[in-house]
Design a protein around this ligand. Structure first.
Ligand code: GDP
Ligand code: MN
Length: 349
């Protein structure tokens, strides 16, 4: 007994047995992060939290995507943090550049104009490539073809509660295709004609519009105008086969042709959200109340003290954005006939 060490270190035999592995099946699923080499320490923080709160018991894979080759440090650090297998993909030029039908001068003028008007990321070319890539291409990368489910993770996010079950399995067993934790109104300056393009698509492709869709989430006048509500896409757990379906790909290609990723600054969040709202039935979209999440500047902290205590949450319930005026989550609850969690009235401001 005198020889017994104070504590095992990670290189000692038996260390892995100290971490309990969740029983049950695994889904064909992966985490996915788009990142630059310079994002390493911010993505490392996110990974550590996802692992501590969930993945150390589930060991799902993690795919990293970049428009440039990942460097040795990025690969070494991320591989050491992820409990599943890591994969690194370089995005082909065609998925991260101007399509030939885009008028470069017109796009440049838009950026200069948006810079003057101080629109966030308005002058950025790379941000536009990023939004177009997340809208239309991440799910078609060769590494992603091996999976059916994805969970998107960005740098510098936080998870505030233990996740004691498998969200991928929840999605699969409940026939969900898309999910969110935060919703809000988009800056109208970034998407002035996105709804016109959407209406054009709806007219050309009525076969893709779901019967029991969530138009009420997106529009207050039966589809005439967009109310700018969207699910925040820096967190997503979703079905890749849905994104790879004719319905979604036709939607993306129709929007892409209209040029708004470059002539405006369409974000992948409104694009994914409009797609989910129109191409999916209501009951295929899920709100994860129990996944407590932060991405600057918004927090989703579960409503309901019981949940927060049981899951060892460390978020301040006052920070919860769900029921505040600028969130669209109330609207989502109302149109789906869901009962708001107990205590929501105390979090409205
Ligand atoms: P914000 O959340 O809208 O402020 O945008 P972020 O800066 O967080 O970017 C969104 C995601 O795209 C993050 O995962 C970033 O790491 C990633 N990203 C943004 N710009 C680039 C880029 O130029 N190259 C690569 N490889 N990733 C990028
Ligand atoms: Mn971000």
């Amino acid at each position: 007994l005198k020889e017994a060490p104070m504590a095992l270190t990670p290189t000692d035999p038996g260390w892995d047995d100290l971490v309990s592995i969740a029983p049950g099946p695994r889904m064909n699923a992966t985490f996915v992060s788009l990142a630059r080499n310079s994002d390493i320490w911010e993505i490392a923080r996110s990974i550590r939290q996802v692992e501590d709160r969930f993945n150390r018991r589930y060991n799902y894979d993690w795919v990293f995507l970049n428009d440039k080759p990942f460097d040795a440090t990025f690969k070494k650090v991320t591989t050491s943090l992820v409990s599943g297998t890591t994969h690194y993909g370089e995005i082909p030029k065609e998925h991260w550049s101007f399509p030939d039908f885009i008028d470069q001068d017109k796009a440049k003028k838009v950026r200069e104009d948006m810079a003057e008007r101080k629109i966030i990321y308005g002058d950025s070319v790379s941000y536009r490539h990023m939004c177009r890539f997340e809208s239309g291409f991440f799910f078609r990368q060769p590494l992603m073809q091996n999976y059916e489910w994805y969970w998107r993770v960005e740098p510098s996010i936080e998870l505030f509660c233990d996740i004691h079950y498998d969200p991928f399995r929840y999605m699969a067993e409940n026939k969900k295709k898309y999910s969110f934790v935060l919703s809000l109104y988009e800056y109208v300056e970034t998407i002035p004609t996105l709804w016109d393009s959407t209406k054009k698509f709806m007219k050309n492709h009525p076969e893709h519009i779901a019967e029991d869709n969530s138009m009420e989430f997106l529009s207050d006048d039966g589809g005439d105008t967009y109310n700018h509500c969207h699910f925040w896409s820096n967190f997503e757990v979703g079905n890749l086969n849905w994104l790879r379906s004719d319905a979604y790909v036709d939607f993306f290609e129709s929007l892409d042709r209209d040029g708004g990723f470059f002539y405006e600054r369409w974000g992948d969040a409104p694009v994914h959200s409009i797609a989910a709202g129109l191409l999916l039935n209501k009951d295929e979209i899920h709100f994860f109340n129990d996944i407590a999440y932060y991405h600057v500047p918004f927090t989703h902290c579960p409503t309901g003290e019981k949940t927060r205590i049981e899951r060892h949450c460390h978020c301040n319930p006052k920070d919860n954005f769900d029921w505040k005026g600028y969130s669209c989550t109330s609207r989502y609850f109302e149109l789906n006939g869901l009962e708001k969690p107990e205590g929501y009235e105390n979090q409205q401001e």
